[in-house]
Design a protein around this ligand. Structure first.
Ligand SMILES: *[C@@H]1O[C@H](CO)[C@@H](O)[C@H](O)[C@H]1NC(C)=O
Ligand SMILES: *[C@@H]1O[C@H](CO)[C@@H](O)[C@H](O)[C@H]1NC(C)=O
Ligand SMILES: *[C@@H]1O[C@H](CO)[C@@H](O)[C@H](O)[C@H]1NC(C)=O
Ligand SMILES: *[C@@H]1O[C@H](CO)[C@@H](O)[C@H](O)[C@H]1NC(C)=O
Length: 445
């Protein structure tokens, strides 16, 4: 009976929240059976591979050569491979051509452990009269420096001086190949993002958090288990923080409070991985005191959330295609300061990797410029994590606090603009007074 009443209370609260916030409730999205996942992923890969000749022509190279051995793969291998390949085998050599002779293939793969791989490669290079061969031997960009040092020596030795002279490094090849997200991936990316939100929404609720008892690490491990139950994985350990609990965020000493209390402002940094895609999201939650409703959230907190939403808008509007990450950073920080507030910006590409290929718009410790990676141009048809914080003075606490958010965006090629993949946080997740307290109130009545 009491439970029945309690459910009514919860439903009513849910309705109030829904009407007040008018946001869609994220649902857990089930993944298709593994065989179906593999065919979906292979179709994406085929589409990406078909774009390679065009990519080579864009950067003015004639051929792209990757060579690797089992367990010593080139970074690009992971974006080239089929869904049923789990590593390179023997020596795996991939060659792509910008302008294949008519009637011949633009793409060659050898999986071999005999010298035949080199003699056959030389036959193709000669027949195609290749004038430049890009190799992933960059010194600074991870996605273009996956050619192992020993493997480069092997290539030079086997191809000989004539072809050695034609080797070139073009960092944007790896960056653009890995960074570009074919349109058909978006449907599933959105479902991954929705699942990310659904896990955060449940984690930041009274069904997981009991103030006075639950610790931040309880929530982190609850999230890990939830990911596992859904048959997803992740690319980093979920991170839950109590903002400004004795120790400011970002300066987590072992003495930082871990047990969640009423009135806490909580923060999560959380992402999932599935079907070769990754998400990265930061949200905040407020723990209501017993008897409180969302009307009781301190004004200062609401103001802080608005402020960081504003910073998201500023950065998103400055993400002009072709502009460098460093320019976007400078313009955005300048605009933020002209609007009279402070904060930090550290956005990164996302997709095949959690921190994926493309220009960086600041890093948490680099707010003037990011060397090399910040100088790359912003590419269209990519996904980005808009990651940042805004400072805001909270009168109720008599202190300036940092308000942290992170949401993923994708490039909408029709609108020619960035769009939130699933949405962005504009309302705090709320941890309602614990079930036990409501229960007590019900039976007392
Ligand atoms: C091979 O390419 C070079 C330019 O890179 C050109 O001068 C030469 O004529 C080409 N040879 C053949 C056989 O196509
Ligand atoms: C996870 O995988 C198992 C085994 O295939 C399956 O029984 C279960 O229904 C899956 N769970 C979800 C939430 O998709
Ligand atoms: C970080 O913590 C240390 C030790 O608790 C403290 O001395 C220091 O002032 C803190 N730094 C910041 C930026 O709050
Ligand atoms: C607010 O904090 C400042 C210093 O940070 C202090 O000088 C002031 O007395 C505080 N005000 C109240 C009302 O506690």
């Amino acid at each position: 009976m009491a439970i029945f009443k309690w459910q009514n209370v919860l439903c009513l609260q849910l309705l109030v929240v829904l009407f007040a916030q008018a946001v869609a409730v994220p649902e857990y999205r089930r993944l298709p059976p593994l065989q179906e996942q593999a065919s979906i992923q292979d179709a994406w890969t085929a589409e990406r591979l078909s774009n390679v000749p065009q990519l080579l022509r864009k950067y003015g190279v004639d051929a792209w050569l990757m060579s690797q051995k089992e367990y010593a793969e080139d970074t690009v291998f992971w974006s080239l491979k089929s869904a049923t390949q789990f590593s390179a085998r023997r020596r795996t050599v991939d060659l792509f051509l910008a302008n294949a002779v008519e009637g011949t293939s633009f793409s060659y793969t050898w999986i071999d452990n005999t010298p035949t791989v080199w003699s056959e490669l030389l036959v193709v290079l000669e027949a195609q009269n290749v004038s430049s061969i890009a190799v992933n031997a960059d010194t600074d960009v991870a996605f273009s420096s996956g050619l192992h040092a020993g493997e480069l020596n092997k290539i030079i030795k086997e191809l000989g001086p004539k072809w050695k002279k034609k080797l070139v490094v073009e960092p944007m090849l790896g960056v653009e190949f890995i960074g570009t997200m074919v349109f058909n991936r978006l449907g599933w990316y959105r479902q991954l993002q929705e699942t990310t939100w659904a896990i955060i929404s449940e984690a930041f609720s009274e069904s997981v958090i009991e103030p006075g008892i639950t610790t931040t690490s309880d929530i982190e491990w609850w999230m890990r288990e939830k990911i596992q139950q859904l048959n997803y994985t992740t690319w980093f350990m979920p991170d839950i923080t109590i903002l400004n609990a004795e120790d400011p965020f970002g300066n987590l000493s072992s003495t930082a409070r871990r047990v969640i209390q009423f009135g806490d402002l909580l923060h999560c940094d959380f992402g999932v991985t599935a079907m070769g895609l990754n998400t990265d999201t930061q949200h905040m939650a407020y723990v209501l005191y017993p008897g409180e409703t969302q009307e009781d959230i301190p004004e200062g907190y609401l103001g802080g959330l608005k402020q960081v939403n504003r910073l998201q808008d500023i950065v998103k509007s400055n993400m002009k295609i072709g502009t460098s990450g460093n320019d976007i950073l400078k313009t955005s920080l300048k605009q933020m300061r002209s609007e009279g507030f402070e904060g930090r910006i550290y956005c990164h590409p996302i997709g095949d990797w959690g921190h994926s290929a493309g220009t960086l718009i600041g890093m948490a410790n680099l707010q003037d410029e990011v060397p090399v990676l910040g100088d790359l141009p912003l590419l269209d048809n990519t996904y980005y994590s808009v990651e940042l914080y805004a400072e805001y003075f909270v009168p109720e606490r008599n202190e300036t606090m940092n308000f942290y958010l992170e949401e993923d965006v994708y490039w909408d090629d029709e609108k020619k603009d960035w769009e939130w993949v699933w949405g962005r946080q504009e309302h705090f997740h709320l941890i309602n007074p614990p079930v036990n307290d409501l229960f007590r109130t019900q039976t007392d009545l």
